[in-house]
Unconditional design. Structure first.
Length: 123
């Protein structure tokens, strides 16, 4: 089992540069069975999952690749979180086998523009 921290703090594994995201917002666990478990870390703005066209608050639960999440006001798909987790596990950000290699894609900690949500190139 591996645990990854999600938040805007520099010490988080999955960095989300958005002021609505807490420094340590949530923890994402990949179980030995390959399931994904998400726990909110008492974040200020909360953690939500898209359900039936609305956002449902969660404190902890199993999530699927197709689920959409909301950390504060930052929306992200579980599939993107998993992509980042696999990049961390593979060292330098190697792409998962089912995807094409694309060196222009960011890996590891990705910072995003607060207004557009687009990745910001590291300097």
């Amino acid at each position: 089992m591996k645990t990854y921290s999600v938040g805007r703090g520099d010490d988080c594994d999955i960095l989300i540069d958005d002021p609505s995201v807490s420094r340590k917002h949530a923890e994402f666990v990949v179980t030995l069975d390959g399931e994904f478990y998400l726990s909110d870390c008492a974040s200020t703005q909360g953690t939500y999952i898209a359900e039936d066209g609305d956002w449902a608050a969660i404190t902890q639960r199993f999530v699927n690749l197709s689920d959409k999440l909301l950390f504060g006001r930052h929306q992200i798909g579980v599939n993107e979180v998993i992509h980042r987790v696999k990049a961390l596990e593979n060292g330098r950000g190697t792409q998962p086998e089912e995807e094409e290699d694309d060196d222009s894609r960011p890996f590891g900690r990705v910072q995003r523009d607060i207004e557009t949500g687009e990745p910001v190139a590291k300097k």
